[in-house]
Design a protein around this ligand. Sequence first.
Ligand code: Q46
Ligand code: ZN
Length: 293
Amino acid sequence: MHNTAFCRVCFLLLFERKVDRSIAKNHMFSRSDHVLVAVSGGKDSLALWHVLARQGYQTTGLHLSLGIGDYSAQSRDKTEAFALARGLPLIVRDLQEVAEDISIPRVAAFTNRRPCAACGKIKRHCLDATALEHGFTVLATGHNLDDEAARLLGNVLHWQQDHLAKQQPVLQPVHPKFVTKVRPLYLTSEFETATYAFLSGIDYVIDECPNSVGATQLLYKAMLNRLEAEMPGTKHSFVRDFQRVAQPVFAATRNTPPGDCAVCGMPSYGTVCSFCSLVAEVHAKRERARPTA
Ligand code: Q46
Ligand code: ZN
């Protein structure tokens, strides 16, 4: 934020102003919008929800219970306690209720996929479907500067043009069933959000998801932290200048809008969306694994 020491009150004020400026400057939403905030129970998403509520935005939280043992149980408890203490509306969706055997450990076991690969797909579908179902027009997530820089590094290392085309702090809907997706913390560092959460007395899940061990994203973050230590400001300029200089070039290549999934009706680039294909694969493999009489 600044290379200066601040007292608690000033830090909180500056942090909240910075987030509010990011929302206004990028035309993310206004106080007349009702924003759905994806909350995992971690510091970033709870800090985001806290700031938005304090700034007078209309918000509802959405927590997805992923079925990852103690980690998911703790995440849900912390999120529910946060919402209850502040009188904020919260929607909780348990993956077991979305589709049978779709918890992250079950999907990983049946499909032999890495848990995070399935998790990303499932979360994206559930967030989109819930936003549509409840009539929200904006979906906000707590991705911070460190997340954005690591994602950008991964996308550049593999020249993922499709992903680079979609890496924006405000992603406008390309289908009537999508809502606007925003990342108000995209220029706010992990250190700043952790400090804000701590100074605001937010009780968040400190443990990382057990499946994050060995994740490539963590390697990218470690590399970026080394660069940042030698060259302060690297992460910020990497993400900010990408948005300013290169992102519009990639965004201009996004010209094929998705159709409708033949199974669930949500937007899809194939006949069946990746979520429904995954559910079908899990159910087929589960049936095959059943002992025959
Ligand atoms: S929750 Fe899901 Fe993360 Fe856990 S399984 Fe991987 S993607 S690490 S943000
Ligand atoms: Zn589908």
